[in-house]
Each structure stands twice: as structure tokens, then as C-alpha cells.
Write a protein that binds this ligand. Structure first.
Ligand code: ADP
Length: 542
């Protein structure tokens, strides 16, 4: 017997319709490429998203056609999120930090028809357009007055004249909720990039889940600053969860330095911010010497790579900001786990609570996870045994776009490529990417643990641990370190700093001081590149 409740597909357009009707006056503030602040509300945004949909009809774009963006976090990008997906086309957010060759490769692979870009990325568009034969239309995200003359980019028009020529009189179409809504290519650290193809259903379910109190805890009382980019994994779904809840949105545009972020947080009374550790490091580095404090910021979600304990401590103790440590990936839309405590932890001493907060957290309803050994057998949840982490759920990939890479699933589970432990309370702790694990004398050393200790040293700005070949132990860890400006620490002091903080055999054999650690397109440390840079490095003789 079927239930007798109304059947309504879960569509991205439903989010903006709801937002317009029920919290149309909630604000959306954006720092623009032009440098100024733009402000309007969900009602205005909904109207302009409809104009986008009509403008796409005007270009004769078919249902399912891909519309690419190369854009910062801002209101026009948000209108494309809704206008493109809401009208049944697929939003393809491209990471502008990728190499032009990679951008051309993925635009061709996705068969993008339209490319909308912020003017900051004009040189990138000029470098790739001749290699992107599927792209028929280029839209610069600006007014007609800012449209560059003689850019050499074919069929280029300004966004404002493109949508300005349309009326907002448009009814969002209804269709199967399993229809593709947006796509994002993984960084492709191995082989060619592969695209996760999200659906209206997966994105809406993810938006619900992300807003839950034990997840990102997003509500109509929040002013959210997503520093995490809209060009990678839909800014962790915040543009959708914000519309679903009526939270104020504050977009940083291209200004991601510590000073600009701090000023925006204060000026717009931001209560809640989300980003990767490298961005927060820049913010804290700006605030500390000037003795600055936050007046409204209460929570920050940090993920994308392991959040160093020193950062969690600094936010909490020095600034009164709660850090929610999150783990996920492109293939998971991206949220998998979030770290919040359970009521049974209330009575624990502060130090014990902190140990839990440092973990990546518990699975969100909708995501199931397990750790397995080399034979695929499930390992116990004892918080000690490491295993390969596998996940499944309605917002996790089943297959990559165009079947690239074959069937990624193992018995219905997606192997994440991460290694971790799960404790009896279900808290996941990521110890490494499987390719970064250091195998020394048959034991595994977590590069994340070794890095976390180094960055707790007051003179260390950034640290990356890699394994180097060793005749007896197979591999031994060394740590590449960037010092804070004006601070000093020697190799021996840093090695001694590990005493008592980890098992002796896990202490790195050497410290290599470097000017910078190479970062990938999503702001993560690029260990493949670091290994290349240190290929002539030799371990000190005992
Ligand atoms: P990429 O495109 O580089 O794969 P993703 O955003 O998909 O970027 O990155 C996902 C990976 O980032 C995860 O598989 C994991 O290795 C790492 N990661 C994400 N969040 C965390 C975290 N909180 N702690 C440790 N590693 C993390």
C-alpha cells in the first residue's frame, strides 16, 4: 500500500521559491570584483535567477546542457546557481586555480555551452577559449559599462545586459528530482579529473542535512560567511542551506586576505563562517599582532583538510569561537561527518572534550561509513585500528560523469581514499590520505598527527610531513616547515618539541625548512609536488 501524502519532487527551484516567499527580505551581501559591497535580498535574487533562466532559453540551451562558471563567491554566481539548475540545465563550477590546460580539458569533457566569468578571470578565458569549441557564449559577470573592449573573446556579452533584456516572468519547470543539477571535477591528483554529477534530489537532501543542529547548524538567526568557494563542491552546499533556512549570506568575492575577511565579519555582523584551515590561518595571523577580537562570530566550520588542534584552541580560547571540524569530499557533495559532542560528554573534563573535538566527527544521517582492511573486511570501531574508509548514501557518487574510471563502488560502498579510525561512539578520525600514509617498519604513521604537533610550535606557520625511503624501515617521516615571519626555531629544537607528544619511533627523522609549501587548487598542501621538490633530499646518516 502506498502512502497518501503529496508527491513533490525535490528541486533546487523549490529552495529559492521558498526563500522568496517566506524570508524574501533576508539579506545577501557581496564584496564585488569592483571592490564595493553589493546588497539585496532573497526576493531580488529570485527575480534575477528567473531572468537567468529566461536568458538561457533565449540562447536555446537544451535541458541538461552545461553552463560553466569561473567565479568568486558573490550574488551573480548565486543567481546562476538557481537560474541554471532551476531551469533544468547543469551548473558546472570550474575552479579558476586550476592550470589553463586543465580548465580547457574539463570544459571540453563537460561539453560546456556557456561560460560565465568574473572579470578577474578574463586572462584565463583569453588563454583557453580557442581550445573550447563547445562553448558558444561567453558572459562577463559585470555591467555593460565594464565589458572589456577588444578582449578577443568571441560572443562576449555582459551579464547585466544579458539578463537585463529579460523579464522575471518565468515559471520554474517541474521535472524528475533525479535530474542532474550541478557538477564539480575532483582535483585529479591522479590521472585526469573526474566529475561528480549532483542531482536536485541529492543537493536538496544535503541542504536539509547540512542545516541540522549537529551538522552546520544553520538558521534564520545566522549571518553566514562562506569563505569556502562556490567554485568547488558548491561551497559545501551553503548557498542551498541558507535559502532553505533564511540565513543572511555574506560573500567575500575575491578578497580572501585576513584583513578583508576580518573587516567583513565585523561590518556585516557575521555569526558563522566556513572555510579551509589555510584561510583561517591568514585570518588569525592578521588578528593576533593587532590584538583584534570578534564581536559577533560564534561558530566556524573548518574542513577540507585536517584542522590543526592549535587552530581549534586559538579560536576557542583566544576568540570565543566554536570550531566545528568537518570531513567530506567532492564525491560526497561534500559533507560526511561533523564534530559535535553528545549529551553524555557534558560531564567530561574540558581536556577530554577537546580530544573529541579534534576528531573529524560523527556521520550525518544519510551517510553511512565503515573502515575496512586490505581484504575489504570491516574493522572494529575501537578508535585505534586504522582502515580504509568507505561510505554510502543518497548524496554520494554512484558513478562519475561519462562513466570515467569505471565502477567506483566496492559492494555498493564508495572507497574514499582516506584512512582513519572510528571510536565506539562513532567519531571518525582521519589519519591520512591512503597515498600519504607513512609506512615505517610495518607500522603506519599518521602524517596529520606529525603535522599537528609541528604547527603547535609557536614559530611554525605551516608543516607537511612526508615519508622518504629508508633502507631498514622502508619509509621514515620528515617534516617540511615554513617558519612564521620574524620567528626562529632550529631543527633540533623542533625535533625535541616532539618529546612526550608522540611515540619515539613516530618522531620525524629530520626537519627541512622551506619558504613555502606548494598548495593545490583547493588550498590543500600538495604533497606530490613537495615530494618532487625534495626528490634529491637524503636522510641524515645516524
Ligand atoms: P579534492 O578535489 O582535492 O579531492 P576534496 O574537496 O574532494 O578535494 O577533498 C577531499 C579530501 O580532503 C578528503 O578525501 C580528505 O582526504 C581531505 N579532507 C577533507 N576534510 C578533511 C578533514 N577535516 N580532515 C582531514 N582530511 C580532510
Amino acid at each position: 500500500m502506498l502512502g497518501l501524502m503529496q508527491s513533490q519532487p525535490l528541486l533546487i527551484s523549490g529552495l529559492i521559491e521558498f526563500a522568496e516567499r517566506h524570508h524574501g527580505d533576508a539579506e545577501i551581501v557581496s564584496r564585488r570584483v569592483e571592490g564595493d559591497l553589493h546588497r539585496y535580498n532573497y526576493k531580488d535574487m529570485g527575480q534575477r535567477a528567473r531572468r537567468v533562466a529566461k536568458a538561457l532559453d533565449g540562447l536555446k540551451l537544451a535541458f541538461g546542457d552545461r553552463v560553466a562558471t569561473l567565479a568568486w563567491n558573490g550574488y551573480r554566481h548565486l543567481e546562476l546557481y538557481y537560474g541554471v539548475s532551476g531551469s533544468g540545465r547543469v551548473l558546472h563550477t570550474i575552479n579558476p586555480r586550476l592550470h589553463p590546460d586543465q580548465i580547457a580539458w574539463i570544459a571540453n569533457h563537460a561539453e560546456d555551452q556557456v561560460l560565465c566569468f568574473d572579470l578577474s578571470f578574463l586572462p584565463l578565458v583569453q588563454a583557453v577559449h580557442a581550445r573550447c569549441p563547445t562553448i558558444k557564449h561567453y558572459i562577463a559577470l559585470c555591467g555593460a559599462d565594464k565589458l572589456p573592449a577588444d578582449s578577443g573573446v568571441p560572443n562576449l556579452q555582459s551579464y547585466e545586459s544579458w539578463i537585463g533584456a529579460q523579464s522575471a516572468d518565468y515559471a520554474w519547470p517541474s521535472f524528475d528530482e533525479n535530474t542532474a543539477s550541478s557538477m564539480c571535477y575532483t582535483s585529479g591528483t591522479t590521472g585526469n579529473p573526474k566529475a561528480a554529477l549532483y542531482s536536485h534530489r541529492s543537493s536538496t537532501l544535503h541542504a536539509y542535512a547540512a542545516a541540522l543542529p549537529d551538522v552546520m547548524c544553520i538558521s534564520a538567526r545566522d549571518a553566514i560567511l562562506p569563505v569556502v568557494p562556490m567554485f568547488h563542491v558548491n561551497a559545501w552546499g551553503i548557498p542551498y542551506s541558507a535559502a532553505l533556512t533564511g540565513a543572511k549570506l555574506v560573500f567575500p568575492g575575491p578578497a580572501l586576505d585576513g584583513k578583508s575577511i576580518y573587516e567583513l565579519i565585523e561590518a556585516e555582523k557575521v555569526t558563522y563562517a566556513a572555510g579551509v584551515p589555510t584561510v583561517w590561518q591568514m585570518l588569525l595571523t592578521h588578528m593576533k599582532p593587532a590584538g583584534l577580537k570578534f564581536s559577533t562570530l560564534k561558530r566556524t566550520v573548518i574542513g577540507g583538510s585536517a584542522c590543526p588542534p592549535a587552530m581549534i584552541h586559538a579560536f576557542r580560547e583566544d576568540y570565543g569561537v566554536e570550531v566545528l571540524h568537518a570531513w567530506g569530499m567532492t564525491e560526497m557533495s561534500p559533507l560526511g561527518t561533523l564534530c559535535t559532542l553528545k549529551n553524555k560528554h557534558d560531564a567530561l573534563p574540558e581536556a577530554e572534550k577537546m580530544k573529541i573535538r579534534l576528531k573529524q566527527g560523527r556521520a550525518i544521517y544519510g551517510v553511512d561509513m565503515k573502515i575496512v582492511d586490505a581484504h575489504g573486511d570491516e574493522l572494529p570501531w575501537d578508535g585505534k585500528v586504522f582502515g580504509d574508509l568507505h561510505v554510502k548514501g543518497p548524496w554520494i557518487v554512484r558513478e562519475y560523469f561519462k562513466g570515467e574510471g569505471g565502477d567506483p563502488l566496492v559492494g555498493g560502498w564508495f572507497p574514499t581514499g582516506d584512512v582513519g579510525t572510528i571510536d565506539p561512539d562513532g567519531y571518525l578520525q582521519i589519519t591520512d590520505r591512503s597515498k600519504d600514509v607513512i609506512k615505517s617498519g610495518g607500522e603506519w604513521i599518521s602524517s596529520i598527527d606529525i603535522e599537528n604537533i609541528a604547527v603547535a610550535h609557536p614559530a611554525v606557520a605551516m608543516a607537511a610531513c612526508i615519508g622518504v625511503a629508508h633502507p631498514k624501515w622502508d619509509e621514515r617521516p620528515i617534516i617540511a616547515v615554513v617558519k612564521k615571519p620574524g620567528m626562529e626555531v632550529t631543527r633540533d629544537e623542533l625535533i625535541r618539541f616532539y618529546d612526550g607528544k608522540t611515540a619515539k619511533w613516530q618522531i620525524p627523522d629530520d626537519v627541512v625548512f622551506v619558504d613555502a609549501i606548494p598548495l593545490g587548487a583547493t588550498g590543500k598542501m600538495l604533497k606530490t609536488r613537495l615530494r618532487e621538490l625534495l626528490k634529491d633530499y637524503k636522510l641524515p646518516q645516524p
